[in-house]
Design a protein around this ligand. Structure first.
Ligand code: GAL
Length: 424
């Protein structure tokens, strides 16, 4: 009996000891886990990956004890990342902070549905509220609170072109839509692919269409598409779409197998003369060691001079994240002059703040800053500013068919139905 009692006693001691050791080990693990910061984005391409790394490096310099987890899901414009994010958010497993387009993507998808914490304090406590233009504050705000911190402003309507091809063929980069067709004909006759498109993920075609809509409708007419003031089945929209269809006559045959970055590569490598894409292409070209105005040229997409189709990448604080304190510091780094200046010259975007160090920005970015200050600003369609995600998905589906069938009449009817559905 006594032996059994002693045995039970020793066993209990062993169990207690191992539980203590396990607990100690566990809490160390927890401590470690509690000092992480998971950043979720789709920035994997040249330029954008380096820009993100510059932000992470700056954060790590300031908070060396925090382990930053750079969680990326490749695919331009968030093609794949957004679906992964939705699953995580709905499953109660939000990343600490995620890339989200300022505007309807942020507000309609995540804020109204109550997934986000307000982050107004990041700007207010640091006295930075006035450092951002009102247009930017407006699209990150809902019912008086700010819900994300914008790291940049990108321009969507840029035509990137191969200077050598233009010079060799005695051509000038097109300014108007009419110029575009003249130049495109001449290039085609010379055996050069006029326009590079890489729409394997569909959205680059929608991206090009947005420029064609601005060219055809003007900034006010284009803005009206998102409020119902401009009808999709109007004569003017129909004409703009017909011009878009005409432009598609001049794209590379393999467009549906390429990404937007592949298409930009075609221009840099002399396989095509022009491409229409946002200025992350500038970041991509810089990452390849190319120089603006030497190795490539840029101009507003034909017919959109004086208009700046804008989008902005931002990060927020989802509800219930594992490391909210680390996120608050992350957001502060993003909002600071230092953060904006570490990121944007590499990313190919202009800072969202207006008080940054301009000496750090190159000739292209200075021209984009000037245009952002003086142009008519309109929201980007393909990058979450103009339309809700469900409306954009419907538009992408319609565009996908349009690119091959080019049936303008059927398409305007489908677009109008999608708008009616959204705006009812
Ligand atoms: C946009 C995003 C840019 C860039 C681009 C290509 O939606 O705002 O920052 O990453 O996609 O991936």
């Amino acid at each position: 009996m006594r032996t059994t009692t002693r045995f039970v006693g020793v066993l209990t001691l062993i169990l207690l000891l191992s539980a203590t050791m396990l607990y100690a080990g566990g809490s160390k693990e927890q401590e470690k886990a509690s000092n992480e910061l998971e950043i979720f984005s789709w920035w994997t391409a040249g330029g954008e990956a380096e820009g993100l790394q510059a932000l992470i490096d700056l954060y790590s310099e300031k908070y060396p004890d925090v382990e930053v987890i750079n969680a990326t899901v490749a695919g331009g414009a968030g093609t794949n990342a957004k679906a992964v994010l939705a699953t995580r958010m709905q499953g109660g497993n939000p990343p600490d902070s995620f890339q989200v387009h300022a505007g309807r993507e942020l507000i309609d998808t995540w804020v109204v549905s109550d997934f986000m914490e307000p982050v107004t304090f990041v700007l207010k406590d640091n006295g930075w509220m006035d450092a951002f233009p009102k247009e930017v504050i407006d699209i990150i705000s809902y019912e008086g609170e700010v819900y994300s911190i914008p790291v940049n402003v990108h321009r969507s309507n840029v035509m990137w072109y191969n200077i050598e091809i233009f010079e060799k063929n005695g051509l000038k980069p097109p300014v108007t839509v009419g110029d575009f067709f003249e130049v495109a004909e001449a290039l085609k006759a010379a055996g050069v692919t006029p326009l590079a498109l890489g729409d394997t993920n569909v959205w680059p075609a929608t991206h090009l269409m947005a420029s064609a809509l601005v060219a055809g409708l003007g900034p006010e007419g284009y803005k009206g598409l998102w409020t119902g003031e401009t009808r999709w089945d109007s004569k003017e929209t129909r004409t703009a779409l017909a011009r878009f269809a005409d432009m598609l006559e001049y794209v590379n045959d393999d467009h549906s197998a390429l990404t937007n970055i592949d298409a930009a590569g075609y221009v840099a490598d002399g396989k095509a003369a022009m491409t229409v894409m946002g200025d992350w292409v500038h970041g991509y070209y810089l990452s390849r060691g190319l120089k603006p105005n030497v190795d490539y040229g840029y101009a507003p997409t034909p017919g959109t001079n004086g208009v700046f189709i804008m989008l902005s990448d931002s990060f927020g604080l989802p509800k219930g994240v594992p490391h909210p304190e680390n996120v608050k510091r992350w957001l502060e780094v993003l909002a600071s002059v230092e953060g904006q200046d570490a990121f944007n010259p590499i990313k190919g975007s202009i800072p969202a703040r207006t008080d940054t160090d301009r000496s750090l920005y190159d000739v292209y970015l200075l021209s984009a800053m000037k245009d952002f200050e003086s142009n008519a600003i309109v929201p980007s369609l393909a990058h979450g500013s103009a339309a809700s995600e469900s409306w954009l998905t419907a538009i992408n589906d319609i565009v996908n068919v349009f690119v091959t069938e080019r049936d303008v009449d059927a398409t305007v009817r489908q677009f109008q139905r999608a708008a009616d559905e959204e705006l009812k």
